[in-house]
Design a protein around this ligand. Structure first.
Ligand code: ZN
Length: 310
């Protein structure tokens, strides 16, 4: 079933957003666009299909009504992924997500969140926050109570092409000057630990200190990503992570390539260049779903995409 669903992305304005998402071909409503939700089945920000036999249909409806497109996914579950491009013109708040067990118990049966970042671009000297320096829960609680956040957080330099997996319980933040492609479990449970004492409409945004203390894993243990690179005629495929929720690859096409796609559906977000997939034109900024049991995909051109499989 060789079906490609092109999705119409949803842009989101944020206080910390900028104008760099224009580089992906999107028409921005302002200079404060923080997020492009490329693959989303969230009820109030759901992607719709652009062109083809499903033109105008919502991704959440298709997920329920056309399960064969996705590999016979169980209809009672929600679409499992949310894929965004994020432009951090300013620092995002420092946050942590619970795991599934904590979220189920404390957030009305919601899911936890595992997420990962592929760095699309970073200004010289840019950093991100991943992890913290407290050795015990007591030390963590004390540092938070004392407001010693700058000492607490673990900040690391970033550059284009870096990849980070953020497990539940990991303190994290995207900081100014970085554009990332984020793949995550489709969940929205976020606990804000620190917001740099910033004001929004004259007020500080609420923090979730108790929940953060409950879920932050202590001590933080960094895990290195070991990408697996396969070079084939016409393309290079790099696998970054293979976890319970998703597998994330980078596909670099140069020339003519035959890429086998089997099993459940795949998503693809084009981050560079342009070309054709089985005759359909693709270019930087496109987000699409390749239906289940796709078979051999013929890719022509010169482009790079982040490909995700559930
Ligand atoms: Zn997060």
């Amino acid at each position: 079933m060789r079906k490609i669903l092109f999705l119409q992305p949803q842009l989101q304005e944020r206080l910390w957003g900028g104008n760099r998402l224009a580089e992906y071909g999107y028409k921005l409503p302002s200079d404060h666009v923080g997020e492009c939700w490329g693959v989303s089945a969230y009820p109030d920000s759901c992607a719709t299909v652009r062109g083809g036999v499903y033109d105008g249909r919502r991704l959440d409806d298709l997920w329920r009504e056309e399960p064969d497109l996705f590999g016979g996914a169980p209809a009672k579950e929600d679409f499992p992924l949310l894929i965004k491009i994020i432009d951090a013109h300013d620092d995002l708040s420092i946050q942590v997500h619970p795991d599934d067990a904590y979220a189920r118990e404390h957030e009305n049966g919601a899911c936890g969140k595992t997420e990962c970042w592929y760095v699309l671009d970073a200004e010289p000297g840019a950093t991100i926050v991943i992890g913290h320096h407290a050795k015990t829960k007591e030390e963590l609680a004390q540092m938070i109570a004392d407001g010693r956040f700058r000492e607490l957080i673990r900040e690391v330099p970033v550059k284009k092409g870096d990849f980070f997996q953020i497990e539940p319980g990991t303190v994290h933040a995207i900081k100014a000057g970085t554009v990332v492609l984020e793949t995550q479990e489709s969940s929205d449970v976020t606990y804000r630990l620190y917001d740099y004492d910033r004001l929004q409409n004259g007020k500080k945004r609420p923090l979730h200190i108790k929940q953060s203390l409950d879920v932050i894993k202590t001590p933080f243990e960094p895990k290195a990503i070991e990408p697996v690179v396969k070079t084939k005629p016409g393309y290079v495929l790099t696998k970054y992570v293979d976890c319970r929720f998703y597998t994330v690859y980078k596909l670099e096409v140069d020339g003519t390539a035959t890429v086998p796609l089997s099993g459940m559906f795949h998503t693809m977000s084009v981050i560079e260049g342009e070309g054709y997939l089985d005759g359909s034109r693709v270019e930087k900024g496109d987000h699409l779903v390749l239906a289940a049991d796709y078979g051999d995909m013929k890719a022509v051109g010169r482009f790079t995409a982040i490909v995700t499989r559930v």
